[in-house]
Design a binder for this molecule. Structure first.
Ligand SMILES: NC(=O)C1=CN([C@@H]2O[C@H](COP(=O)(O)OP(=O)(O)OC[C@H]3O[C@@H](n4cnc5c(N)ncnc54)[C@H](OP(=O)(O)O)[C@@H]3O)[C@@H](O)[C@H]2O)C=CC1
Ligand SMILES: CC(=O)N[C@@H](CCC(=O)OP(=O)(O)O)C(=O)O
Length: 354
């Protein structure tokens, strides 16, 4: 049998932990068209031992390695790791990896910089406090330098990505007030992962939709952590996620109060200027708000701004694909930055419409 390095030539040999899950499969789908990458290892837990095509028939015929348990993985055949495991399992796994490996972690385990805050929201002590200090938060458009230098990158959550991209530039420029921000967000069901859960059964999800985590969702501290850095002072948000009957897609409808003398046109102009050179972030023209199908299966975030009738009120609508810019696409964007590749390599496909 040929060795891994001779199969992959000079390509970067990538391992995906959690490849039997939704974000793992999305990483595989996207990396198969990445010209600098060879997928050399895929792991699973309950599905270990199976060929990828048995778990995901749409990924058959690409010569992918079979799924193995993490403990059975041959690390000498891997240069770069994507970790797509449930939060709570990842701190121990990542801190046990060979020290030369670069990692993008898609879970929430390394996103909160304060281990005390982590313990408060995730219900257990942080298990890799020393490693946490060297992790970069990977909202790529706002931390390229940190991501470039980091060995471990914490990929942001899907709701934080969708909310932070419009809010950060406006807070940084003092165009909106840091108090009273309301984020009313909706996610497709793939956001909850592939694990069987009663709440995600067709009969529970279809023909209706529901709010969840009301008043206490764990993405709140992550959003506030990054908004605090942008505003230079504490920021609290009201954040309510909803589960809607679609497979993929996410929308955040955000209510903000503008600073004195600022108009919705000013907000739109500021966002358009901030993102003019960004390949993955766009702003819709006045009078147009984006829909989830405008970014489906792409690494794009699209946002629109409208004046509200309330005094100094504005409404921002931001959309992403939770599995792409909200997870696997942004993870590959971060890998590209960490490896000094063109940031758009392998992930610059247009959205799938309709
Ligand atoms: N889905 C989304 O839209 C987003 C997800 N994320 C985060 O990305 C991570 C992966 O999410 P997602 O792909 O949706 O999750 P899934 O539930 O679909 O997949 C989880 C994966 O982890 C494996 N796994 C589960 N438990 C263990 C364990 N104890 N040890 C080793 N492997 C294990 C599963 O293997 P098996 O099935 O074989 O047991 C599976 O491959 C999560 O942390 C999630 O919060 C982040 C942003 C968006
Ligand atoms: C629809 C749905 O259930 N979505 C998930 C968010 C997915 C995600 O980004 O979660 P992590 O922070 O674990 O990465 C949730 O609300 O928990």
């Amino acid at each position: 049998m040929a060795s891994i390095s001779s199969i992959s030539g000079s390509k970067i040999r990538v391992g995906i932990l959690g490849a039997s899950g939704y974000t793992g499969a999305e990483l595989v789908r996207m990396l198969l068209r990445h010209p600098n990458v060879a997928i050399t290892a895929l792991t699973a837990e309950r599905q270990a031992g199976k060929p990828m095509a048995e778990v995901f028939p749409h990924l058959g015929g690409y010569g992918l390695p079979d799924l193995v348990k993490i403990d059975d993985l041959k690390w000498d055949g891997v240069d770069f790791v994507f970790c797509a495991l449930p939060h709570g399992t990842t701190q121990e796994v990542v801190s046990g990896l060979p020290s030369g490996l670069k990692v993008v972690d898609l879970s929430a385990d390394f996103r909160l910089t304060d281990p005390v805050e982590y313990a408060t929201w995730y219900g257990h002590e942080h298990r890799a406090v020393d490693l946490q200090k060297e992790v970069a938060y990977g909202l790529t458009e706002f931390n390229r330098q940190g991501v470039r230098k980091a060995r471990v990158v914490a990929n942001p959550g899907c709701y934080p990505t969708c909310s932070l991209l419009p809010l950060l530039p406006l807070l940084m420029d003092g165009l909106i007030e840091p108090g009273g921000i309301i984020i009313d967000a909706k996610s497709g069901v793939s956001g909850a992962g592939r694990d069987a859960k009663q709440a995600n059964l067709f009969a529970e999800v279809s023909e209706g939709f529901n709010a969840y985590g009301v008043g206490h969702h764990r993405h709140m501290p992550e959003i506030e952590q990054e908004l605090r850095l942008a505003a230079g002072r504490p920021v609290t948000v009201s954040f309510t996620p909803h589960l809607v009957p679609m497979n993929r897609g996410m929308m955040a409808t955000i209510y903000v109060r503008m600073a004195d003398g600022i108009t919705a046109d000013d907000l739109r102009a500021t966002l358009a200027k901030r993102y003019a050179d960004e390949p993955f972030v766009g702003v819709t023209p006045a009078g147009v708000v984006p829909a989830t199908r405008h970014v489906r299966a792409s690494n794009h975030c699209l946002m629109g701004v409208v004046a509200d009738r309330t005094p100094r009120g504005a409404i921002i609508v931001s959309v992403i694909d939770n599995l792409v810019k909200g997870a696997s696409g942004q993870a590959i964007q971060n890998m590209n930055v960490m490896l000094g590749l063109d940031e758009t390599t392998g992930i610059n496909q247009a959205p799938l419409f309709p």
